[in-house]
Write a protein that binds this ligand. Structure first.
Ligand SMILES: Cc1ncc(COP(=O)(O)O)c(C=O)c1O
Length: 403
């Protein structure tokens, strides 16, 4: 094998292929593969019950490299072996696609902790065992690569990374991403790179697409228009194969992704029509403003959080829309854990914050700063008042650590 491994550990899901063979779209797509590319006449497509794509554009699902692909990937080196699949239900559905394709009996997948609950629930739904590796708060929430190696075994199929990070607001360096790629290659697994917050960065590290390492390991990049273009309700996502050595095609994974796409509905026609315009023509000014606003609210959030006595924030967010804060419960009277903190906060201050247990880290909180600045200031002032009100009378040895 070209990577020097005896084998790659991911395989295809036979059930998906079997199901797609009996779907109308599956049959039609295999007929479309037979079309003579040199025949310049317009294809007369009679097989569909109803037209499903925008009359103005070729259906996205059938385009291997749509014209806007480079702007989508933001890295021309990564598109050598890139193939895009579009989903009608945002990045969430892209996660569903890839996990379904990878699911086979006994297979497991490595998921970050803290992370995004979508992986947890869809792994359970598709029958994949979720194994959690830690992100290290003292190392800018980098992946604990040692724990990745310890968790993986012969049934591990993929590692998920989320960059920029939900839940920690971290942005990985080129060097760290390369380490992740090398570790995955060593283990014979693919990298699933969730880049739904791509380019929403405002710290020293620029956003680096994981596809930049497609010569080291196959990378499946997931994204959507929800965050950067601020249209979460439009529900359009994508799954892009970055694989310079063509491993995912050779191992059948690409075929299975295609097969699975025949079982799902296509994106709404008007969204399909709008997408090239949206991706290629959105004014730079709009995108810059969003990042500036996020930087501003991240600064407010970090400064206010530092003033709250029972909060420890090990890392100033540099991307995405979130920050993780550890609760110093020894400073609080009558609050035993993160859930109780959030319940009482909701009751007493009408502020809803996500308890860390929901993202895999007990006794932490995930705070979002994608909020209007005045509402953020107000909410954090209420949280501060709540913490002061519940502060212990005695002063135990105060820990400012995240251990
Ligand atoms: C890390 C991550 N991945 C995927 C998604 C789902 O994105 P979409 O709204 O495009 O389905 C989210 C949404 O919050 C997310 O935070």
């Amino acid at each position: 094998m070209e990577n020097g491994l005896s084998k790659w550990l991911f395989q295809e899901n036979e059930q998906v292929l079997a199901a797609s063979k009996i779907s109308i779209r599956g049959v039609l797509y295999s007929l479309m593969d037979c079309l003579n590319k040199e025949d310049e006449r317009e294809t007369s497509l009679w097989g569909m019950e109803t037209p499903r794509h925008s009359p103005a554009s070729e259906p996205l699902l059938l385009q291997n490299k749509p014209s806007f692909m480079p702007s989508l990937l933001h890295d021309t080196t990564a598109i050598v072996q890139a193939l895009a699949f579009f989903q009608q239900e945002g990045c969430q559905q892209a996660i569903h696609y890839i996990l379904t394709v990878l699911a086979r009996p006994n297979a497991n997948i490595l998921i970050p902790r803290p992370g995004f609950h979508g992986y947890e629930s869809l792994a359970a739904f598709t029958g994949l065992e979720a194994r959690h590796f830690d992100l290290l708060p003292k190392k800018s929430w980098e992946v604990d690569l040692q724990s990745v190696e310890t968790l993986a075994d012969e049934n591990t199929v993929a590692i998920v990374i989320i960059n920029p990070g939900n839940a920690c607001g971290n942005v990985y360096t080129y060097h760290h991403l390369k380490q992740v790629a090398e570790t995955a290659r060593k283990l014979g697994i693919m990298v699933i790179s969730d880049e739904v917050y791509a380019h929403l960065t405002f710290g020293p590290n620029p956003f680096v697409p994981m596809g930049a390492f497609a010569s080291i390991v196959p990378v499946v990049t997931l994204g959507s228009i929800s965050k950067r273009w601020l249209v979460p309700g439009w529900r359009l996502g994508w799954l892009v194969i970055n694989d310079q050595n063509d491993i995912l095609r050779k191992t059948g994974v690409v075929e299975y992704i295609k097969s699975f796409s025949t079982l799902m509905s296509e994106p709404a026609t008007f969204i399909q029509g709008a997408i090239p315009e949206l991706i290629e023509k959105t004014k730079g000014e709009f995108l810059t403003k969003t990042v500036e606003l996020l930087k501003h609210t991240a600064d407010i959030c970090y400064e206010r959080v530092k003033e709250i006595p029972c909060f420890i924030c090990p890392y100033k967010p540099e991307g995405s829309m979130f920050v993780m804060v550890k609760l110093n419960l020894s400073l609080l009277e009558g609050i035993r854990d993160d859930m109780e903190f959030c319940v009482k906060l909701a009751k007493e201050e009408s502020v809803i914050v996500l308890p860390g247990m929901a993202v895999g880290l007990k006794d932490w909180l995930r705070i979002t700063f994608a909020i209007e600045p005045s509402a953020l200031e107000d909410g954090l002032a209420r949280i501060k008042a709540f913490c002061i009100r519940h502060k212990c009378n005695y002063k135990p040895a105060m820990s400012s650590s995240v251990d």
